[in-house]
Design a protein. Sequence first.
Length: 67
Amino acid sequence: MEVAGIPVMDDSKIGLNILKILFDVDSVEELRERYTQVKYDASMDETYPRVKGAKKALAEERYVKKM
């Protein structure tokens, strides 16, 4: 976390910046500037731990927001 933490408000850090670990850059823009000859294709995905009943609760929350 000291070297590759992702800064948020109040100077605390969350998660790990994989770009910092692998390429020593802070953002994708910086990576593209550093390696201009390489073509990039990116996709992102978020994963969460499974919680029983979470999908139903999410569906109900979306339903309430629509109404």
